[in-house]
Design a binder for this molecule. Structure first.
Ligand SMILES: [Zn+2]
Ligand SMILES: [Zn+2]
Length: 334
């Protein structure tokens, strides 16, 4: 009942409590997290992960991840969430971490600072050292010092910045927190056909589904759609599952739980057609690859056969969605 596990991937850092203890200082863990990205590049999965990563910032969206680099936002999505924050940030919005949940990791460069005034005179970089007591970076040669909170904002005329490695920064996923409900994210424009969902009393929620592994899901027992993306194609996939179920119910049946090959093929083919009709981003290629996952050996002819097998059922789903949309259109005041 879900679209692909695009937001899935292994949770970096899990099962390594010994490594985790070291937090920021742990380059080995950072390498492991980066290794995850490289593996995605190698498998070609990265394009999908990136397409699910938020790029355009809504002015009302104040998730702290917007202050991170794109690389870290990709890492966040790979680890199954659209909102990760540290403990202090969660507490500030009235939420706390569920006991025994582990952190996800983003990567931060560890920067070394040199004194820009002394270095040319000494013909080598004069490094500034961090003084724990005063919480300042201090030049070994001159009086120049800078508070650690301000050091990142110093100019090239004041400091020389060098990356000396990468460290991991633990963050917690919203799915691993409880407390005050956060204002729900609403896109500026709801996807086409969202009024059909409303007509069927299906709630659309812009947050990852409770399994945290998918970009979208339709839950039969709750009659809701979770979306982790504004991509209309994902919404079309989920509403197609819902339509499929309405048709099945008329025959005294219902959707099977989990990822059923036939159901998935119906939903994705239907989404593909709806995407064409509503001229949202074309997802023909994605559809082919999606169906391939559900064919036995992944051969092209098997994919085609799967598509043919579900053609009638897909037609009925599209018909139900479009006829409902048409009815709503007629009801709408001119
Ligand atoms: Zn699905
Ligand atoms: Zn100096």
């Amino acid at each position: 009942m879900e679209t692909t596990c695009a937001a899935g991937g292994p949770r970096a850092g899990t099962g390594e409590p010994a490594l985790r203890r070291f937090g920021l200082e742990n380059t080995a863990l950072a390498n492991k997290v980066l290794g995850g990205i490289i593996a995605e590049f190698k498998s070609g999965k990265i394009a999908k992960t990136i397409s699910n990563t938020p790029f355009i910032r809504d002015p009302n969206d104040d998730r702290p991840c917007w202050n991170w680099s794109l690389k870290n936002r990709i890492l966040m999505v790979m680890q199954g969430t659209f909102d990760a924050r540290n403990i202090v940030q969660w507490n500030a919005v009235g939420r706390s971490i569920v006991p025994n949940r582990s952190a996800i990791y983003i990567v931060r460069p560890r920067i070394r600072y040199g004194c820009a005034k002394c270095s040319p005179k000494q013909k080598r970089t004069v490094w500034m050292s961090y003084q724990k007591d005063s919480r300042k970076y201090v030049c070994a040669k001159c009086e120049f010092s800078c508070e650690y909170t301000k050091i990142g904002e110093t100019s090239d005329a004041e400091t020389i910045k060098r990356i000396r490695g990468y460290g991991c920064q633990p963050e917690f996923r919203i799915e691993d927190t409880v407390g005050k409900t956060l204002p729900q994210y609403r896109p500026k424009q709801m996807p086409p056909l969202s009024d059909v969902a409303a007509e069927w009393n299906i709630a659309i929620k812009y947050q990852t589904d409770p399994t945290c592994r998918t970009m979208g899901s339709y839950r039969l027992e709750h009659n809701d759609i979770h979306l982790g993306t504004e991509n209309a194609g994902i919404f079309f996939h989920e509403i197609s599952h819902a339509a499929d179920n309405i048709i099945l119910q008329k025959k005294g049946k219902r959707l099977r739980g989990g990822q059923d090959a036939i159901q998935e093929a119906v939903a994705q083919l239907s989404a593909c057609v709806l995407s064409e009709l509503y001229a949202t981003d074309s997802n023909k290629e994605f559809t082919f690859e999606y169906l391939r996952q559900y064919s036995r050996h992944g051969r092209n002819d098997e994919v085609a056969r799967l598509a043919l097998r579900v053609l009638d059922r897909t037609g009925a789903v599209i018909d139900l969605i479009l006829s409902t949309a048409q009815k709503l259109e007629k009801k709408r005041p001119m």
